[in-house]
Design a protein. Structure first.
Length: 194
């Protein structure tokens, strides 16, 4: 999903599940955001292949937020973090500024387990999971919804729910964007086979 924000071209995606080579990324992207589930299974052995691909895409900044398929970030966090090359920024339970844009991520794979607070001036909050009640097939996270209601980021970027992929919903303060490409990539693959 493409965003033009503060003179930057930003492309966000999630849920490629091993089909990342089929993802069509526009040219001249300044910032890439992956909201997790770049791999098909749950093995860290698949992850370096995805990271090589992701790190090779031209961009000033490449952000990565782990999804539920990158479960090894929960089981072996230090070992998992070592896998991330310097060309990719792992954003996990932290905030960062890049050229006037504030990014933040909280771990929600798929649920936010701890009460957290974030700044009120966040441009992009990135999680893997959706909030309760918005593009979530009724399985989103209530704690995440409370966090967003209190902090009001301009955008909430997430995935996880394939059936709601590539859709947006906006309230008066935040635009919620499900950037899951799984169904889109799966459908293009199926059409290719027929």
């Amino acid at each position: 999903m493409l965003f033009n924000y503060k003179n930057h071209k930003i492309f966000a995606f999630s849920d490629t599940h091993g089909m990342h080579h089929k993802l069509e990324i526009p040219e001249n992207i300044d910032i890439l955001i992956c909201a997790g589930d770049g791999i098909q299974g749950f093995s860290e052995n698949e992850f370096p292949h995805f990271l090589r691909w992701y790190g090779s895409i031209p961009a000033k900044l490449r952000l990565f937020v782990a999804g539920n398929h990158e479960i090894f970030f929960d089981r072996y966090p230090q070992r998992a973090k070592i896998l991330i090359p310097k060309s990719i920024v792992l954003l996990e339970n932290q905030e960062m500024d890049f050229e006037g844009i504030r990014f933040c991520s909280v771990v929600a794979r798929p649920y936010l387990k701890n009460e957290v607070q974030i700044s009120e001036n966040v441009d992009f909050l990135i999680t893997h999971a959706p909030v309760k009640g918005i593009l979530d097939d009724d399985i989103g996270c209530s704690n995440l919804r409370r966090l967003i209601t209190e902090s009001t980021p301009k955008y909430h970027i997430f995935g996880h729910i394939h059936s709601q992929g590539l859709q947006q919903w906006q309230n008066e303060k935040t635009t919620f964007c499900n950037v899951s490409y799984f169904n889109h990539l799966q459908n293009s693959y199926t059409q290719y086979l027929t």
